[in-house]
Design a protein around this ligand. Structure first.
Ligand SMILES: [Zn+2]
Length: 408
């Protein structure tokens, strides 16, 4: 074959590979992770906090007001394994006092919401992604204190998968900081709220509860809201539409595009709406995730993103144990014919097939996005070969007890 013909054939093969269409997609739409504190609910919380802060029991424990500027650190923690990321942001604080449908976030964008009843979103919503209901049920994503302080109120035991807007109370912890500001951590999972009580101190990074969907909430997320000493909402993010100082350290960017997870599945993962089935029973996503595949089997490659924008190219590769390329494709949201040019989160699934003579051993599922290279390893072999690989791995992981692998 002439080198020219070989080059053309290679180019055609590459083009075919790059055109691989997703089998399924999941998009975090506007409203996927919303909340709505009703005016009654908000008033009730503010009264509760005012009473607590002036109560004799708490007054004696509050230190004198400090003048140093508050600094906040990341309010979530991943207690699971194998993920590069686990969150997205659906809504910022709405700085436009008019309503409805008049929203302006700190960066003069519209990533917020208001309601006809006059509620302008007062916090930042950090949702968990992908498979939010499974993540909530397994309790892998914790809410942690963004700054040192004293618990001034707490609530637990409220239902956490109603998915309805209304007057339902949430599970929450309210922490007063040295500068007399108060942080609200809302929507936590039922039964997960810290054992620390009103009047107890908490340190930055300390566990407060698990991300949940209690109260008026359409999906598992943390609603983080900050109030100054006078009880007014503060947006801790500085931008062209918010002159106040930025309190986050490190700074949280307006858009933070990244791949959250790469995984392999034996069947397409299921989507779940509102964490309940048709009979109202609690359910979460069945994911059919695997890290072992049999030669000749069909499988699905999955990738989830946060802050996914048209034109942001991601490249995916599957490599055999010897490093040779088994599959290659790329993804641009712009080619996927979606109604919006930007999603706070997305997830994609591609169907693939291993040949019967697929090389046995450790394969790699690689991705490249925004200059970052990510990889997930998986094993290919027969049942007995996979068992042997698992035993070898377990042995290698046992410190000081690594032995040569058994001879076949
Ligand atoms: Zn919210």
């Amino acid at each position: 074959m002439s080198p020219y013909l070989a080059a053309v054939l290679l180019a055609l093969c590459a083009a075919a590979a790059q055109a691989r269409q997703p089998e399924a997609r999941w998009l975090a739409e506007a409203g996927s992770f919303d909340d709505d504190l009703s005016p009654t609910q908000r008033l009730r919380i503010q009264q509760q906090l005012a009473e607590a802060l002036t109560s004799a029991a708490l007054r004696n424990r509050l230190p004198p007001k400090a003048t140093a500027q508050l600094q906040l650190q990341w309010p979530l923690r991943d207690d699971g394994q194998g993920r590069f990321g686990y969150h997205g942001i659906s809504n910022f604080v709405d700085h436009d006092a008019a309503f409805p449908n008049r929203v302006r976030d700190y960066s003069c964008g519209t990533r917020s919401y208001d309601t006809a009843s006059g509620y302008n979103h007062g916090g930042t919503d950090y949702f968990i992604w992908p498979f939010p209901w499974q993540l909530m049920d397994t309790g892998e994503i914790a809410v942690v204190a963004a700054a040192d302080g004293i618990i001034v109120a707490r609530a637990d035991g409220n239902p956490d998968r109603s998915c309805r807007m209304g007057d339902a109370p949430w599970n929450a912890v309210y922490v007063r900081h040295a500068d007399a500001s108060v942080a609200w951590y809302g929507h936590m999972k039922t039964g997960s709220v810290t054992a620390r009580q009103v009047g107890d101190t908490v340190s930055a990074g300390e566990y407060l509860g698990l991300v949940g969907s209690s109260g008026s909430s359409t999906g598992p997320h943390l609603h983080f809201e900050l109030h100054d000493a006078a009880g007014r909402v503060i947006d801790p993010r500085h931008g062209s539409c918010n002159a106040a100082a930025d309190l986050w350290s490190p700074l949280q960017p307006y858009e933070d595009p990244a791949i959250n997870t790469l995984s392999l599945h034996t069947q397409p993962p299921q989507a779940v709406s509102c964490g309940v089935d048709e009979a109202g029973q609690p359910v979460h996503e069945q994911t059919f995730e695997t890290d072992t595949l049999l030669p000749g089997s069909e499988f699905f490659a999955f990738a989830s993103f946060r802050d996914h924008r048209n034109g942001d190219l991601s490249r995916f590769r599957i490599l055999r144990p010897d490093g040779s390329e088994f599959a290659y494709w790329d993804l641009d949201l712009a080619d996927q014919d979606q109604p919006r040019p930007f999603y706070a989160a997305s997830a994609w699934l591609w169907r693939l097939q291993l040949p019967a003579d697929a090389a046995r051993g450790t394969w790699q599922y690689q991705a490249e996005f925004h200059g970052r290279q990510l990889l997930r390893e998986f094993s290919v072999g027969t049942q007995s070969e996979l068992r042997r690989i698992a035993v070898e791995r377990e042995r290698a992981a046992t410190a000081g007890l690594v032995r040569p692998p058994p001879q076949p």
